[in-house]
Design a protein around this ligand. Structure first.
Ligand SMILES: *[C@@H]1O[C@H](CO)[C@@H](O)[C@H](O)[C@H]1NC(C)=O
Ligand SMILES: *[C@@H]1O[C@H](CO)[C@@H](O)[C@H](O)[C@H]1NC(C)=O
Ligand SMILES: *[C@@H]1O[C@H](CO)[C@@H](O)[C@H](O)[C@H]1NC(C)=O
Length: 821
């Protein structure tokens, strides 16, 4: 009896672990066992079967497979699909695979970018929340829904750094900053993959697009990229390296060429940096049709050369085009591609399939019941609503016109077609989301006022005024009339989904059509009004900035965007978003970003011969990191732990933040660093740490950061991290214009680490915001550790496996004890 009780207690304590084991498909294979299984398979595969593993074909956008997929799967000639989804479709395809000779499961991918069925704000919007936990949770929910629909793999996160809002694809990224981009990349990878992507509610993530895609010339999608290796290593590579360290399982190549070599065939990127320097052992897939497009690039003369360049370049799997299956056997025969190259590519595919646990999947593969139970759970929708509200950025709020006090008005009029447009609640990357599931801004406002005062709700009327692309003012008069009886107007203007996303570059990022004329017509009535922007990118809104009483940036905010807009406009939620990308004054200023170089002739209004435009006010309309709240915050008492430190030591920074306004609110405390003089010039300031905190009225909190030695370093001429003695300036505040400043000095000889050719931007960097001493210790040693960091991260997969096996063993032993009793 006592044994029983003891066992029961232990079982309860271990309940979660054992359940997870039971829920998992089978005992997990060790990495060594996986490699042995791969060796066995490779020894038995025909060339056609190998090349089949390197092929990904697309299903219909509705989620169905094509008849050809079944035929290929039955013959074991199809490695992967994209778009095929839903338990029923997935089971049928899986069933076909199980009829093949070697029964290698198909890897099922889909663009689950910011939600599967429950749609969250676009990634740029999620990033504007600066809330890493909320973003991780959003990715975890997306993974749970996607996995329930039988999917294994998402083509996210996009970790491209981007500084050109003309590029439509900025909606899919984390903005212009390297540090913020790193932190968001890690949060999303944690959310999608968890600690083990073979778990039932996780999916394999994909860091894309490797690399430089965000730097396409003129913001024209797919365009040429030519940049120095310094810029590449300082700005564009770090989020990818952080992704490897966070355990991301796959990479996607970029469409662009880089310094003359298309990324999809770029040995320097895919072999030297990704495999040799970073020790990545996962899967590399091309972007859609990008191997075939090596012909258009002017690199390959034909499909066979495209396959040769792609395979030798280091692209394992080909998305959509079929040059590998068509030509690679012949390329091996003629010695243009080695068999070892093919085998390595196949090994990368199979390794991921084993790590995902696909070989151990029971039939049926996916459960329609689980899918039904998982998608659109109420708590998922609630999380989407909360993150949407957190993502909104209040750019202007003259005379505290916001929040709207519902007890003081009788009628509110909503103007602008985007307010009442279900299809445009979805955006370019809407996963499996359905317009009918989402709530428009108009509906969100109506629902809110109805529940706020069911007996006597504020009247909410609507007048379209203008489509986002309208060329006529024919509906303006009706809108002006509608404003007549109302107390306040909410004007919703911005972008439709078609002009934001892939292949949606714009040469002009003003409000499109006659939307601004509509705003002016409403402004002329003299009625108070607020602007709600619905946008996928920074827009040039100088007239609004000058004249509109209030501007709220709401991005494309997903399934629950409408209720979230109501939450913020009516004050249930105090806005706390901060811009992840600079808003320029006009398009001619682009690229415009906060971490620029000072130049030999920095801007000076009084001095002609300085770096500036003659025809426009200097600097951004709204800087990176900027966003207002309904309350105010005061920053004071900026203190450093030391004014002088030895080279290699860290500095603690503390600042007091007080909510000195009249509402509870959240603020993002941002720390920027400037290395005043070093032999390689440094930006005027770089974001090194941030922390989002909630403060009640009058509450103050002291926030502590650690500026690590690594934060003070830069890459030397051979790409080793080095720290030069001299002056550093620390700026703390709530935007890139932060004014509180303190100085410290680094003494002693330069230190250069020797173990790694690239900085380690992740672990120690994120620990910069952590305040425990143990972490600080780790951070301090960072400059000599990057190589070890890589090793640690690579090794962590193995130790996870050990832990899991130990847990399995323990669970089995306990189960036996129970049985014996
Ligand atoms: C492959 O061939 C080897 C040797 O012939 C055999 O031992 C192994 O079981 C085969 N593996 C598979 C998956 O067929
Ligand atoms: C699986 O394939 C077999 C053979 O073609 C077929 O009889 C069976 O109905 C299929 N099952 C499913 C769930 O598709
Ligand atoms: C709160 O602090 C800000 C920033 O220092 C300051 O501009 C503002 O006047 C303060 N507000 C009040 C009510 O003290």
């Amino acid at each position: 009896m006592r044994t029983y009780v003891a066992v029961a207690i232990v079982l309860v304590a271990l309940g979660v672990g054992c359940q997870a084991q039971a829920g998992g498909s089978s005992p997990k294979l060790t990495e060594a066992e996986i490699e042995n299984r791969i060796n066995d398979l490779l020894a038995n595969m025909t060339m056609a079967e190998k090349l089949g593993q390197l092929l990904q074909l697309d299903g219909l956008t509705t989620g169905e497979y094509r008849p050809e997929h079944i035929e290929l799967a039955q013959k074991g000639l199809l490695g992967s699909t994209l778009n095929v989804r839903g338990a029923r479709m997935v089971n049928e395809l899986h069933n076909a695979t199980m009829q093949s000779r070697l029964k290698i499961p198909i890897l099922l991918g889909f663009d689950v970018i910011h939600g599967y069925r429950t749609l969250f704000p676009i990634p740029l919007g999620e990033t504007a929340s600066w809330d890493l936990e909320a973003v991780e949770r959003a990715s975890a929910i997306a993974a749970a829904e996607a996995a329930s629909a039988g999917l294994h793999w998402t083509f996210a996160p996009m970790v491209d750094v981007m500084r050109d809002p003309r590029w439509g694809r900025v909606m899919e990224g984390s903005g212009e900053d390297v540090h913020l981009g790193i932190e968001m990349a890690k949060a999303r990878i944690r959310g999608f993959q968890g600690t083990d992507y073979s778990q039932k509610d996780k999916v394999l993530a994909c860091a894309k697009h490797f690399v430089g895609y965000g730097a396409a010339e003129g913001g024209r999608d797919y365009n040429t990229v030519d940049m120095s290796e310094r810029r590449l290593r300082e700005h564009y590579l770090p989020p990818f390296k952080a992704s490897v360290e966070a355990g991301v399982g796959s990479f996607m190549t970029a469409f662009n060429d880089l310094n003359g070599v298309p990324a999809t065939a770029n040995q320097f990127l895919l072999r030297q940096i990704l495999r040799e320097e970073w020790k990545f052992d996962g899967l590399v897939i091309s972007d859609y049709n990008a191997v075939q497009e090596l012909i258009n690039h002017g690199m390959a003369a034909d499909g066979s050369e495209a396959a040769m360049y792609g395979l030798n370049g280091g692209t394992d799997m080909e998305m959509l085009s079929r040059t590998y299956v068509d030509s690679a056997a012949r390329l091996v025969e003629t010695g243009k591609v080695t068999l070892a190259t093919i085998d390595t590519a196949v090994r990368h595919v199979l390794r991921i399939k084993f790590r995902l646990g696909l070989f151990a999947e029971p039939f049926p593969f996916a459960s329609e019941e689980l899918e039904q139970q998982t998608i659109k759970k109420p708590e998922f929708l609630q999380a989407a609503r909360e993150l949407a509200a957190k993502s909104f950025v209040l750019l202007k709020n003259a005379n505290q016109i916001l929040p709207i006090d519902l007890t003081k008005i009788r009628e509110l009029v909503v103007i602008g077609s985007l307010a009442d447009d279900k299809p445009n609640t979805l955006d370019w990357w809407a996963g499996d989301a359905r317009a009918e599931d989402s709530i428009t801004i108009l509906q969100g406002l109506r629902d809110y006022v109805a529940s706020a005062n069911p007996a006597n709700p504020v009247r909410v009327t609507f007048s379209k005024g203008c489509e986002s692309s309208c060329t006529s003012d024919k509906d303006f008069a009706a809108a002006v009339t509608a404003v007549g009886t109302a107390d306040i107007a909410v004007i919703v203007v911005g972008e439709v989904r078609e002009v934001s996303g892939e292949a949606a570059s714009l040469s002009n990022i003003d409000l499109s059509g006659r939307q601004l004329d509509l705003v002016k017509a409403i402004a002329e009535t003299g009625k108070p009004y607020v602007i709600v922007l619905k946008n996928g990118r920074p827009l040039t809104i100088d007239w609004l900035a000058m004249h509109a009483p209030a501007i709220l940036v709401t991005w494309h905010s997903g399934t629950m965007g409408g209720p979230a807009v109501a939450d913020v406009l009516f004050g249930a939620v105090n806005p706390s978003g901060k811009l992840p990308m600079t808003f320029p004054r006009n398009v001619g200023q682009i690229p415009l970003y906060h971490d620029y170089k000072n130049t030999g002739r920095p801007y000076n209004i009084a001095e002609r011969y300085t770096s500036k435009y003659m025809d426009i006010e200097h600097g951004p309309l709204y800087p990176f990191g900027f966003g207002l709240s309904y309350t105010t915050f005061q920053f004071s008492e900026l203190k450093l732990s030391a004014e002088r430190v030895k080279n290699g030591e860290s500095v603690k920074v503390s600042v007091q933040v007080q909510n000195n306004g009249t509402r509870d609110g959240e603020e993002v405390v941002q720390l920027y660093l400037r290395d005043v003089a070093s032999r390689i010039t440094r930006p005027v300031r770089q974001l090194k740490a941030f922390r989002k905190l909630a403060l009640k009225v009058n509450e103050k909190q002291t926030v502590e950061f650690t500026v690590t030695a690594e934060d003070m370093g830069f890459l030397d001429e051979t790409w080793k991290m080095t720290i030069e003695a001299g002056e550093f300036q620390v700026f703390v505040g709530n935007s890139a214009d932060a004014e509180l400043m303190a100085r410290f000095y680094v003494d002693g000889e330069p230190t250069t680490e020797t173990t790694s050719a690239v900085p380690s931007p992740t672990q120690s960097r994120s620990d910069a915001t952590v305040r425990t001493d143990a972490t600080v210790e780790m951070s301090t040693g960072a400059p000599t550790q990057p190589g070890q960091n890589v090793a640690t991260t690579q090794g962590s997969g193995a130790s996870d496996t050990t832990v899991t096996s130990a847990a399995t063993l323990l669970c089995s032993v306990l189960a036996m004890i129970v049985l014996l009793n």
